[in-house]
Write a protein of this length. Structure first.
Length: 208
């Protein structure tokens, strides 16, 4: 395989294979968010879970089911966030917020070159049986410090050889989010309606 812009074997190879060959995907996820310890207090840990799906380029959704119901949808133009408990929807222009986000690394970019416009990508050491890529945002204005993406390359029969396994996000406030994916399905059929969002009747809509 020829690797773009110096991409070599290892985690970067897995990332390129994943972006090239997996155009749609579905998985369940568990997210563990650890906030830094404050003086005299232990670090705060929050766990949530739900369903994730995407279609390249620029369409994805996270449906959080536990402990709170929340939906994040990128429809190609707008990034929607629906908080059911608050009965509130936030809408942002997708192009302005998505390029340097973790979602771009796994679901949005059409190719590795597009990612390299926003991130410095480097191989990270293999760990926990996974191949890892370290992505450092080129922009210093955002909230991200770094992102690590872990891929499983074992693959079950009839499954993609390169499977998304873990996404680790470290922000500039010292908060770490780890998303672990399970039951990943590569290239399932998708309909456009999967990534459409309508503001529920009665919900507050905030455009940013």
């Amino acid at each position: 395989m020829a690797y773009a812009h110096g991409v070599s074997a290892g985690g970067l190879s897995s990332l390129e294979t994943f972006v090239k060959t997996v155009k749609t995907g579905q998985a369940t996820f568990t997210q563990v968010v650890t906030s830094p310890a404050r003086e005299g207090q232990a670090p705060r840990v929050k766990t949530s879970s739900g369903q994730f799906e995407f279609a390249r380029p620029n369409r994805f959704r996270f449906d959080y089911a536990k402990p709170f119901v929340q939906t994040i949808v990128a429809d190609g133009q707008t990034l929607w966030l629906h908080d059911v408990d608050l009965n509130q929807v936030t809408a942002r222009k997708q192009a302005a917020v998505l390029g340097s986000t973790p979602a771009a690394l796994i679901a949005s970019a059409a190719d590795v070159q597009a990612l390299q416009a926003d991130f410095v990508l480097t191989d990270a050491p293999d760990q926990d049986g996974l191949q890892w890529v370290l992505a450092t945002p080129k922009s210093k204005d955002g909230q991200l410090q770094s992102v690590r993406v872990g891929f499983s390359t074992a693959g079950e029969p009839n499954a993609a050889a390169t499977t998304l396994a873990v996404l680790e996000i470290l922000d500039n406030f010292g908060q770490r989010s780890v998303l672990t994916f399970a039951d990943f399905k590569a290239n399932p059929p998708m309909t456009a309606s999967s990534f459409q969002f309508s503001t529920p009747k009665g919900a507050d809509l905030i455009r940013q």
